[in-house]
Design a protein around this ligand. Sequence first.
Ligand SMILES: Nc1ncnc2c1ncn2[C@@H]1O[C@H](COP(=O)(O)OP(=O)(O)O)[C@@H](O)[C@H]1O
Ligand SMILES: [Mg+2]
Length: 209
Amino acid sequence: MLVASFVGQKGGVGKSALARVLAVAAARRSKNVLIADFDLEQLSCVEWSAARLRLGQFPEVESRAFKSLKKLRKTVEGFDLVVVDTRGLADDLTDDVSKESDIVFLPTGTSMDDLRPTLALARKIARNTNPDKVVLILSKTGRSERQIEEARTLIENAGFALLEAVWPQRDGFQAEFDSGRAGSEVSNPYLRQSAEAVEKAMLNHLFRS
Ligand SMILES: Nc1ncnc2c1ncn2[C@@H]1O[C@H](COP(=O)(O)OP(=O)(O)O)[C@@H](O)[C@H]1O
Ligand SMILES: [Mg+2]
């Protein structure tokens, strides 16, 4: 069994949206996948799984709420992949989840306001576990290639792995998310391609781990 987690120091950076892309990718490959939703305030993934079921989106993706890792450990038997979605605040749970993960994805915006806390968290996680597990993702990026390149350089200079593909912020994703789809399942081909690139890159890092 593999564990992939999405952590961050901020809310709204795309953790849940990316967790769903990875979970759907695994489910489509006939893997038994569970999203463990630790964001009990939002329960974005639990709600999304329910919407998916209600609206008949295939494949089904199971998502359950968890308060502690102890509970999760008792549940994971029989799953090939557990995707852990956490809340927008790094805490002790972030450390524990990171230690138990095969890979830890940290989505971040391209601004220094986002990069500074993300790099600080990445260093903390790297100190506590294997630094090779840590992969940053440029997430909800705007249309400025220069901003993306500058962020890429900063992250690489800091010595961290960065997902090759970026997760672009586009209005077209919203309505599709609300219908229980993941980014990789949207009808707009341009949006779907960018989500598929992110999906492929996440799978590569996961299976390399
Ligand atoms: N690529 C994207 N384009 C547009 N909106 C997005 C994108 N990714 C996520 N969102 C939206 O941004 C908000 C925050 O995303 P979410 O994945 O919930 O972040 P987090 O889990 O880090 O708080 C949500 O309303 C979500 O639907
Ligand atoms: Mg979330």
